[in-house]
Ligand binder design. Structure first.
Ligand code: HEC
Length: 108
């Protein structure tokens, strides 16, 4: 009986360790904080797209239809930090984009 318990305990420990190390690999994923006023395109998201994305994605992420067509791709690349290329967004800028998309990516 005691041996069994020890076995279960060590299995659990191994599982926790495996989980922990697999979590570490994706820990660059940002967790947005969307409390407060609902984010809008014109006041929140568009200024970030203009300043941080449109330089490389001109004609695409400098207008509503271009951004909304790619919203799920944009969302995942901002969350995992792969965009903007060669630079980083502040948490406030990430929230502006992610929370606006999560609120429906409206043209508001
Ligand atoms: C320094 C230039 C640069 C900046 C700034 C930049 N990107 Fe990109 N982006 C690229 C390049 C180059 C690619 C294509 C190659 C790749 O996928 O890595 C790309 C690809 C993408 C893609 C994949 C779809 C596609 O059009 O190929 C998305 C989505 C994207 N970028 C979103 C963004 C967002 C959102 C921002 C601003 C927060 C941003 N990018 C800022 C250079 C940039």
């Amino acid at each position: 009986m005691k041996k069994n318990l020890l076995y279960v305990a060590s299995l659990t420990l191994v599982m926790v360790l495996v989980n922990f190390s697999s979590c570490k690999k994706t820990s660059s994923n940002y967790t947005p904080s969307c409390s407060g006023a609902t984010k809008t395109y014109s006041a929140d998201a568009a200024p970030v797209f203009q300043s941080a994305c449109a330089g490389c994605h001109s004609g695409k992420y400098d207008n509503y239809s271009g951004v909304s067509a790619d919203k799920s791709d944009i969302r995942s690349k901002v969350l995992d930090g792969s965009m903007p290329q060669n630079s980083t967004l502040t948490d406030a800028q990430k929230n502006a984009i992610i929370c606006w998309i999560d609120a429906g990516a409206l043209n508001n």
